[in-house]
Design a protein around this ligand. Structure first.
Ligand SMILES: Cc1cc2nc3c(=O)[nH]c(=O)nc-3n(C[C@H](O)[C@H](O)[C@H](O)COP(=O)(O)OP(=O)(O)OC[C@H]3O[C@@H](n4cnc5c(N)ncnc54)[C@H](O)[C@@H]3O)c2cc1C
Length: 1009
């Protein structure tokens, strides 16, 4: 631990924030060797003495100190239907929701006492608006539980305080982001107001508003009390029959292997006996990795120090809302008549050796790290400069590679569920996530689309990769308060999986995106290679930040809610505003800061102010940082450092007018083969895939509620006795499955779970790494490929939705006639070693036809234009194919049973209550999703996915709409409405389409131009 300045040591006279800053700035720098590497950037020390935490009550009061030695608080049952491990926010919420959903025999085992891990010292803030519709729903549920339902059920007040929340915007992009949140909030009934600086001052008189662009005020935000919440949850769960057992650490998890070789949970062990159970839920917070290891389950999280300080009394602060100043990376939480000040640093401290003795413990605050927040806090509420610090609260918290929790059934062991990795949001997400976990355990799947939290969003090769976990968790932590721009990419943990064409495409200017560990082409940049470099921790921990980093510059140019520069739509959003509808300025013009404040910083990357302050501290030059002063230290981030031109538009229009080649090698490529493969295929796939060998079918896979777990293509294989990457040897039936690469693990786990549950005798084989895939699409694709492939490619000889094994430039490949973009085209699935020669042959043949390289940004735009769905955007586990306009993928006219069929039939009989609708907007206005959908003056949904369509020259958006009166959403209902889309408080007239706005009769995929 660093040596603290004398005034800041525990027990030393009270420090004020300004004093802390001055002392830290004046101190000589810590050893410059405090650089990269596990030991140097982390704390391996154990807990320090417990400090006073500013809550009225903690559960430990009156119970003495360590109680584990006393033994369990009640006798252990010999069996349980489910054992929840850990009694923090997540454990208590999960137990409560399990009991509420009717699960009997649910037991919670807590090592020490409830809340003793991280929960007891949480700041407890709950903000209702986040840039995700699912998260808005999860947060709403937590709020409902703590503010109303628990009290109604138990008569106890949980300690919920509704003092409101205020988000601060110091630049235009930030205010834009808040306006996006406001529009989304309208779809969910979350009241919010965009306030001008003057209005903000009226609301919060102690606030400095001189440097503000505006704020977002959410009156029903508030603060949760951890002890009150957890004790009430435990009491309510117990009243419903669940058991809470404290002072009982789980020391082992028993796993057995069934006749099919599947590992399953059998029970938990403790020093005081064991409990037989088929299901455990790992809610062990920073100890979750250790609990996972007990069962051979990988839990990709890191433990870090996370802190806030509590000030002395501040006159006039009572009843103020909580504040999140994202640009300064700090939050100010109302604490009675004082404030708690915390935030996210660029150089958080890792807790390497998580101690299992740590209970109700805190670390000494590292002021060198924490000082980063002080400047921003004092700037926002200047009275803080002269306010003393009453106590410091620095505790452990778990952080994950993408700053999202880890939930769901572990791929390694059936019956082992995760409910951990909450990234300093485990209080506010606890209720929503507890409810979803309970659904998951009881019904096999959650109710909402939880893919973003599902452990299966990560490829299994990453979840025990220490460098990847550490780098990504660091970047996600430090970026937590950054504006969430639509086209951002991580810089940490890159180059984990590279396909056979990687080097070839890099040399041609490919700008890669990261998905599922893969580097996949995003778009092509004509000015040469922009490789993704080794992670530099943005200069933190004494590492050297990359200078002149081309890839990072390209990303930074896209930090906008306008059209990215290379979109070139020849219009800007500002030119096309028509009317203002939202916020507190409903009737007035959109406010802009005075001229002299329009010197807004262009976003140059992450939490720039914080980053810079940190760099200055590292170099011993801490001083007040202004936008002017930080610019020189980051020259490579200047906007307009190069001009990107019109690349994505060019790629799209080349595909529509000539041909484009897409490297889609990151796709998941599986074989489903064996004696029961046909039965399995009938049950798994919503479409009839049992057509003759040589056919390819686009289909969905559903869950039992009729929600869409996946969309994919399935190609029936001819029997084969000789194994090759292009076809395994198998008996019975065989299918080749091509699934979106980012969803490969999800698909794999879904299929294996179904095969296990149904006891089908077949094998699922993963050939993703052995095969590459290029897709050649566009009117010229046939002419190009005819020169490369040794087969007749005419419509008659090679119809749409069929596949063949052929030779391409002498190499054996599987050619599938399919399209993701709505053009004539073929996919070539190619053994790894043949990818480069085949790709080069295609490029050579295509040169005279205008063939271009294109990436996923073009696919996004082209597929939006054509109306092809994207799984996890406009097609999710909470959407049925009927609602999504994919009834054609469901074999409902055949008598063949399939997973989800009954739910679809019920839905069809009752009439659809929501429907996916395509909208086009005449104005060239950038939209990215989350915009509110208005129909006849009422909000009826929000946009899930949007892009610009270059061929139709319009903005296109997709969203599900419902009838506010609760009735069915018929086609007539859709057609009869007057629509507008609201983006950042401004509405734009929109036209609804039930068919794709581009080539609605699907002529092009059939080769008719
Ligand atoms: C300084 C700070 C401020 C924060 N502010 C906020 C905020 O404003 N809003 C918000 O939503 N979140 C906030 N958080 C985050 C939030 O507090 C956590 O995400 C949440 O408390 C985590 O709850 P949990 O149940 O996952 O973990 P924990 O509370 O750590 O619970 C895990 C439990 O598992 C028990 N356990 C471990 N191993 C075993 C075993 N082998 N057997 C039995 N039991 C075991 C532990 O004793 C512990 O009680 C903050 C966190 C910190 C550190």
């Amino acid at each position: 631990m660093p040596v603290l300045p004398a005034v800041l040591r525990p027990g030393a006279p009270m420090a004020s924030l300004s004093r802390a800053l001055r002392v830290a700035a004046a101190r000589p720098r810590q050893s410059p060797t405090r650089g990269l590497g596990p030991c140097n950037l982390s704390s391996a020390s154990g807990p320090t003495a417990e400090k006073s935490v500013p809550y009225q009550r903690t559960l430990k009061e009156g119970q003495g100190t360590s109680v584990v030695a006393q033994g369990p608080s009640r006798p252990l049952p010999s069996t349980a239907n489910v054992v929840v491990i850990g009694g923090g926010s997540l454990g208590c919420q999960t137990l409560y929701h399990l009991a509420k959903l009717g699960m009997s025999g649910a037991v919670l085992l807590e090592r020490e006492r409830l809340t003793s891990g991280t929960t007891w010292h949480t700041a407890g803030l709950l903000w209702q608006l986040r840039p995700s519709d699912v998260e808005v729903e999860l947060l709403a549920h937590t709020r409902r539980v703590v503010s109303r339902e628990l009290e109604e059920e138990t008569g106890l007040h949980t300690g919920w305080i509704q003092n409101g929340g205020l988000f601060i915007a110091s630049n235009r992009q930030r205010l834009d982001e808040y306006k996006r949140l406001m529009s989304l909030g309208k779809a969910y009934g979350v009241e919010s107001h965009v306030l001008s600086p003057a209005e903000t001052k009226t609301l919060y008189p102690l606030m400095n508003v001189d440097d503000l662009y505006g704020t977002l005020y959410v009156p029903h935000d508030g603060t949760m009390d951890p002890a009150g919440t957890c004790s009430t949850l435990a009491r309510a769960a117990s009243a419903r029959g669940a058991q809470v057992i404290e002072n009982c650490p789980v020391t082992g998890i028993r796993v057995w292997t069934d006749d099919f070789g599947v590992r399953r949970v059998a029970g938990v062990e403790t020093q005081h006996g064991s409990i037989q159970t088929p299901c455990v839920v790992n809610c062990a917070g920073v100890w979750a990795s250790a609990v996972g290891r007990m069962a051979g389950v990988k839990v990709p999280l890191v433990a870090m120090h996370h802190a806030y300080v509590v000030t002395e009394r501040i006159e006039g602060i009572q009843n103020m809302p909580n504040v999140r100043d994202h640009d300064a990376s700090v939050y100010l939480r109302l604490q009675g008549d004082a404030l708690s000040v915390g935030g996210y640093e660029a150089n958080p401290i890792f807790w390497e050796e998580v101690s299992d003795k740590f209970a109700f413990g805190l670390f000494d605050l590292d002021w060198e790290v924490f000082t980063q927040h002080i400047e921003g806090a004092i700037n926002r509420v200047p009275v803080l400069e002269k306010t003393g610090i009453k106590s410091t609260v620095c505790g452990p918290e778990s952080f994950t590679p993408d700053h999202k929790p880890l939930m769901g059934e572990a791929p390694e062991v059936r019956g082992f569920f995760l409910g951990c990795g909450f990234n300093s949001a485990g209080m506010m997400l606890g209720g929503g996530c507890g409810q979803e976990l309970a659904h998951w355990i009881i019904h096999g799947r959650p109710e909402k689309d939880m893919h973003g939290y599902d452990i299966r969003r990560f490829h299994h090769s990453l979840t025990d990769h220490p460098r990847w976990i550490r780098e990504r968790s660091h970047e996600s932590y430090a970026k937590n308060y950054s504006v969430v721009f639509p086209h951002d990419e991580p810089l940490a943990g890159r180059n984990m999986r590279r396909d056979p064409l990687h080097e070839e495409l890099l040399g041609q200017g490919c700008v890669f995106q990261e998905r599922h560990g893969w580097e996949r082409p995003g778009w092509f940049h004509p000015q040469g290679p922009a490789p993704v470099l080794e992670y530099d921790y943005y200069g933190a921990y004494g590492s050297r930040a990359h200078e002149d980093y081309a890839y990072r510059r390209l990303l930074a140019d896209e930090y906008t809610f306008d059209f990215p520069p290379h979109h070139d739509t020849e219009a800007s959003a500002e030119q096309s505003q028509d009317k203002v509808t939202g916020g507190s300025w409903a009737s007035g013009p959109v406010w802009a800061p005075p001229r002299d404040k329009q010197r807004e910083p262009e976003p140059r990357g992450l939490w720039p102010g914080v980053c810079l302050l940190f760099l200055l501290l590292q170099s011993g030059q801490a001083r007040l940082v202004t936008w002017d002063s930080w610019q020189p230290v980051a020259p490579a981030w200047g906007p307009g450092s190069h001009v990107q031109g019109v690349e994505i538009k060019k790629e799209c229009l080349a595909c529509r007018g000539a041909a484009a080649v897409f490297d889609m090698s990151y796709f998941g490529k599986f074989y489903l083969v064996g004696l029961d493969a046909r039965k399995a295929a009938d049950w798994l796939f919503s479409a009839d895939v049992s057509r003759p060998p040589g056919s390819t079918v686009y289909t969905c896979m559903l869950n039992c509620r009729g929600g869409t777990e996946s969309d994919l293509t399935v190609s029936r294989l001819a029997p084969s006795h000789q194994a090759s990457p292009l076809a395994p040897a198998f008996e019975g039936d065989g299918y080749y499955l091509a699934v979106g690469g980012a969803m490969a693990q999800h698909n794999w786990s879904h299929i294996t779970t179904v095969l296990q549950d149904q006891k089908f005798r077949c094998r699922l084989i993963d050939n993703s790494e052995d095969l590459g895939m290029v897709s050649i699409q566009g009117p010229a694709s046939r002419a190009i490929l005819q020169e490369v492939l040794d087969a007749d490619l005419s419509n008659k000889a090679f119809p749409f939705s069929t596949h063949k094994l052929l030779r391409a430039a002498g190499h054996l490949v599987r050619a599938i006639r399919l399209s993701f973009v709505g053009e004539l085209g073929w996919e070539l699935h190619i053994p790894k070693a043949s990818c480069v020669p085949v790709y080069r042959a295609v490029m050579a043949a295509g040169a005279k036809h205008g063939l271009v390289n294109a990436g996923y940004r073009a696919i996004d735009s082209l597929s939006t234009e054509k109306g092809y769905r994207h799984w996890h955007a406009d097609l999710r586990p909470d959407d049925s194919p009927l609602e999504a306009g994919l009834a054609f993928t469901c074999k409902l006219k055949s008598p063949v049973p399939f997973l989800g069929r009954e739910a679809l039939e019920q839905q069809r009989a009752a009439g659809l209550r929501r429907r996916l609708v395509c909208f086009t907007v005449e104005d060239k206005v950038p939209m990215f999703g989350l915009e509110a959908i208005w129909r006849n003056g009422q909000v009826v949904g929000h946009v899930r996915r949007a892009d610009f369509g270059f061929a139709i020259d319009k903005t296109i958006a997709y969203g599900y709409i419902h009838d506010p009166s609760g009735g069915p959403v018929s086609r007539d209902f859709v057609k009869s409405g007057d629509y507008a889309l609201e983006r950042m408080g401004v509405t734009y007239g929109a036209q609804a389409h039930l068919k794709s706005p581009f080539d609605p009769d699907n002529k092009r995929v059939k080769g008719t131009y």
